[in-house]
Design a protein around this ligand. Structure first.
Ligand SMILES: Nc1nc2c(c(=O)[nH]1)N[C@H]1C(S)=C(S)[C@@H](COP(=O)(O)O)O[C@H]1N2
Ligand SMILES: [Mo]
Length: 543
């Protein structure tokens, strides 16, 4: 009696085997995608293979073809693209199935290779900010590769010898031409059950990630930023000092700090988005679409944004080039007058789709500063993390009283009538940015060598500007730092002090003077209720 051993030669593949192998490839591909999307739903829906690869395809597609696609498919161009990707993947998956029939390991390896490509696509996306984005595709591919390996193994399983008792008629139970049927039955059983399980996984992923986010991603990809009627002047070359370790003058989107209460970042489909401006301070209510905004006079400005929760020396501050429209113009169209011009409303209450409320003084928004409804950040549509499709920005005010992300409503009212989200939680109603300066380099507890050492960092006092920065070593005299060129009063300014460092332990202290001549206060204040104050110090040991 023969039993199945490793030495049993696999059967010669038949036509049916090839069909089934292609089917196995398709099912493995399907399972890979389903698992990848399930993982992506947990990590970041946009890190899923179809969306990531689609983004790469869009980025790499020449403008002419892109325009053709938009002309031909209109708003469905993203759907067409995704269907196209799925069609290509289906063909590749069937081919991989056939490859696996010849060489099981090679087939499984090919599935893994697609997983790696998916990971590369995901992390290369401009809105990717985490290495976790690389997970979904390889995770899906690993499951798919294993499945393909098993399926092809079942398919090619050699004929089992008949069980005892059937020795006399070994093949009679199977009709002619159905040799290998137990292997195939096994193959079909595994294929069908995993396909069902994958469908469950895909459905779960959908529910987790939310189908709506797909539309939001597509609408963000589709947004063509308008040319500003009033562009920001080029950043003066001297604004960026050539000092290693200093914060870059413009903070890249992926490095820009994020502070919000959203556990899941709102993914708003810009096509359905509306901004309503209403309330007792308004004589003409406005409802605006994103296109209404991008069609208006668009301005571009460099503005530094800071969080009230930033400790002295902390990281919650960043500088970006924003694109948007003047909020004051829209308010005037709605009939809003600032209190100084007899208006009764003194507070704007901005509301986001996730229910955040942010209260901003009408006076500051309408005093001529570049208060924005922004839809662009450093040359891209606002990242979802930073408020896509539209956020507010008011130079000179902390984010929690000015910078509503995912905004959908502005109520023009009074401070008496309404306390915004953070106010009952102990934070100040009004919070202009306090003058601050930060030592970026050397890092705390660094052990630099004696000799010339660049002590450098940034200083900010938005809308007042920075006039001077001084550095003190231990209890020595204040020394003027060299200032980077001023970009605008609304941006931070870099500074550097070239210190002749002597061996020993030293305390470096920095302070700034704003554009009004006021010196940054030494008085230490906690972040609560209206922003930290005090001087930033760094202790180093010079060797
Ligand atoms: N919808 C919404 N907008 C918000 C917040 C929020 O929690 N929800 N946080 C605010 C705070 S406290 C700050 S400091 C800024 C931070 O903006 P950023 O995350 O783009 O840096 O957003 C502001 N806008
Ligand atoms: Mo904040």
């Amino acid at each position: 009696m023969r039993s199945m051993t490793l030495s049993d030669p696999p059967r010669e593949p038949t036509r049916t085997d090839r069909l089934l192998a292609a089917l196995g490839g398709l099912i493995s591909g399907y399972v890979s995608l389903a698992v990848a999307e399930l993982v992506a739903a947990a990590v970041r829906p946009e890190a899923g293979p179809v969306t990531a690869v689609g983004g790469v395809v869009i980025d790499r597609t020449p403008a002419a073809i892109k325009n053709w696609a938009i002309r031909t498919f209109g708003e469905s161009d993203k759907v067409v693209l995704q269907l196209g990707i799925l069609a290509v993947l289906a063909i590749l998956a069937a081919a991989v199935g056939l490859l696996a029939l010849r060489h099981r390991r090679a087939g499984a390896g090919a599935v893994m290779a697609f997983g790696v490509l998916g990971a590369l696509a995901a992390v290369s996306r401009p809105d990717s900010s985490s290495a976790a984005d690389a997970l979904p595709s390889p995770a899906g591919a690993a499951v798919g590769a294993l499945l393909l390996y098993v399926l092809i193994g079942r398919l090619l399983a050699p004929e089992r010898s008949s069980p005892p008792g059937r020795l006399l008629a070994p093949e009679r139970s199977s009709p002619p031409g159905r040799t290998g049927a137990p292997g195939r039955r096994n193959f079909l059983l595994v294929a069908a059950s995993t396909a069902v399980a994958a469908t469950g996984a895909a459905t779960l992923g959908r529910a987790l990630g939310g189908t709506r986010s797909q539309g939001a991603v597509a609408s963000r990809d589709a947004l063509r930023l308008p040319r500003p009627a009033s562009p920001a002047p080029a950043v003066p070359p001297g604004a960026q000092l050539p000092v290693p370790g200093i914060s870059p003058f413009i903070t890249p989107n992926k490095d820009f700090y994020r502070v919000d209460t959203a556990l899941v970042v709102p993914k708003i489909d810009a096509d359905g988005w509306r901004l309503r401006i209403h309330g007792p301070g308004v004589t003409r209510e406005l409802t605006l679409t994103l296109a209404d905004l991008t069609r208006r006079e668009v301005i571009e400005r460099d503005i530094t944004l800071a969080c009230v929760s930033n400790e002295v020396g902390g990281p919650y501050v960043g500088n970006a080039r924003w694109l948007g429209v003047r909020l004051a113009d829209l308010l005037r169209e709605a009939g809003v007058r600032p209190p100084s011009a007899g208006g009764r409303a003194d507070q704007l209450v901005a509301r986001s789709v996730d229910g955040m409320t942010i209260g901003t003084p009408v006076e500051e928004v309408m005093d001529g500063r570049d208060a924005l409804l922004a839809f662009g950040m450093n040359g891209t549509p606002l990242p979802f993390d930073h408020g896509f499709p539209v956020r507010m920005l008011v130079p000179g005010l902390y984010g929690y009283v000015s910078a509503c992300k995912w905004i959908e409503e502005i109520e023009v009212t009074t401070f008496d009538a309404y306390d915004a989200y953070w106010v009952p939680r102990g934070w100040a109603r009004e919070a202009p940015v306090k003058t601050q300066s930060r030592i970026d380099t050397p890092r705390p507890l660094a052990r630099p060598k004696a000799g010339t050492l660049a002590v450098a960092g940034v200083a900010w006092a938005q809308h007042r500007g920075i006039e001077r920065v001084e550095v003190r070593v231990d209890e020595g005299a204040w020394q003027d730092a060299e200032l980077g060129a001023e970009d605008s009063r609304d941006t931070w300014r870099q500074w550097v002090y070239r210190w002749q460092a002597t061996p020993g332990r030293h305390t470096l202290t920095v302070r700034a003077t704003d554009g009004t001549g006021a010196v940054q206060t030494e008085r230490r204040a906690d972040t609560m209720p209206d922003g930290a104050s005090g001087w930033h110090t760094v202790v180093v040991t010079v060797e």
